[in-house]
Design a protein around this ligand. Structure first.
Ligand code: HEC
Length: 286
């Protein structure tokens, strides 16, 4: 049997496909992520603690209204390498900042005297409170869309921090003319999607990206940074992306530090080995 008839059929199909025009090509597109850089990008780069503190503030004051972070407890903020790590408190549960932040949150409990449901302030052992009691409530408040939990978001998305940064600095407020944006949705070139059926312009110029059911969450001065850094939209986005990168990989610093130490050890060890080799064979003629 020969492959020829098959090839001919394939060629015919391709020709027909082309004949049908661009509308036959449905594929997911996304703009190349913005080219931003962080202190922790390189294999030896570390998180910047002040940036993590600012990023936590942005998450806490803005994103946490919709996005949960179920896997992060208040004590984690004071873990080694975390935003509020302080060597004076090796046990993160003793860290006064983590304690104070936890105490601002309220959790359900039962009053031990009356047996009635009541509230208690959080402790460092508590996980971040969820903005919604369950998924149905979260969708109901967000036009049917579910704001994903952010504990591992940076690790779960291609591009990590750059993806998060690009999404929240995307050009949602100015969709290209000719794009029919459904109610409750926003255009974001960095959101993977296929806009073919919403595009009324030139079929060969379908905009890249997709719709997102999140109103652009950041504007200039949305928060006030405690360290005096100017809270531009760009700065807020960088900092929250860094914080989310830390949350999804909190031990990266330690791992990199260990890596550097191992490399130094190996270098020294190589030197020693070579020196002893020279010394052992010194008096032996070749
Ligand atoms: C008003 C509620 C709301 C707020 C506030 C909010 N988001 Fe969202 N976010 C959503 C919803 C809803 C989605 C899901 C959108 C979808 O599926 O189309 C989402 C999706 C996202 C995504 C895309 C997630 C994915 O699945 O790839 C990112 C990134 C994101 N949000 C980042 C942020 C950041 C960072 C903040 C804080 C600066 C924030 N959001 C604040 C509601 C919100």
């Amino acid at each position: 049997m020969t492959q020829r008839p098959l090839l001919a059929v394939a060629a015919l199909a391709a020709a027909l496909g082309l004949g049908l025009g661009a509308s036959a090509h449905a594929e997911t597109t996304q703009a190349p992520l913005k080219d931003v850089h962080w202190s922790f990008d390189s294999p030896v780069g570390m998180y910047n603690q002040e940036q993590l503190q600012r990023g936590y503030k942005v998450y806490h004051e803005v994103c946490s209204a919709c996005h949960s972070m179920n896997l992060v407890a208040f004590r984690n903020l004071a873990d080694k390498g975390g935003p509020f790590w302080n060597p004076a408190y090796p046990n993160p549960n003793d860290n006064p900042v983590a304690k104070a932040l936890a105490a601002q949150a309220q959790y359900d409990t039962i009053d031990s005297e009356t047996g009635q449901p009541t509230k208690r302030p959080g402790t460092t052992a508590d996980y971040f409170p969820s903005p919604f009691p369950n998924e149905t409530a979260a969708r109901a408040a967000n036009n049917g869309a579910l704001p994903p939990d952010m504990s591992l978001l940076a690790a779960a998305r291609e591009g990590g921090a750059r993806y998060i940064y690009s999404i929240v600095t995307g050009d949602g407020t100015t969709p290209p003319a000719g794009l029919q944006v459904p109610d409750g949705k926003y255009y974001d070139p960095y959101m993977p999607g296929d806009l073919t059926s919403f595009w009324k312009g030139d079929p060969n110029k379908v905009p890249v990206g997709g719709f997102i059911a999140m109103p652009p969450p950041l504007v200039d001065d949305r928060v006030t940074f405690d360290d005096g850094t100017k809270a531009t939209l760009d700065q807020e986005a960088r900092d929250v992306a860094a914080f989310l990168a830390w949350a999804s990989d909190p031990t990266a610093d330690e791992r990199k530090q260990l890596g550097v130490e191992v490399m130094i050890f190996l270098l020294v060890f190589t030197g020693l080995l070579y020196a002893s080799y020279r010394s052992i064979w010194r008096k032996v003629g070749h």
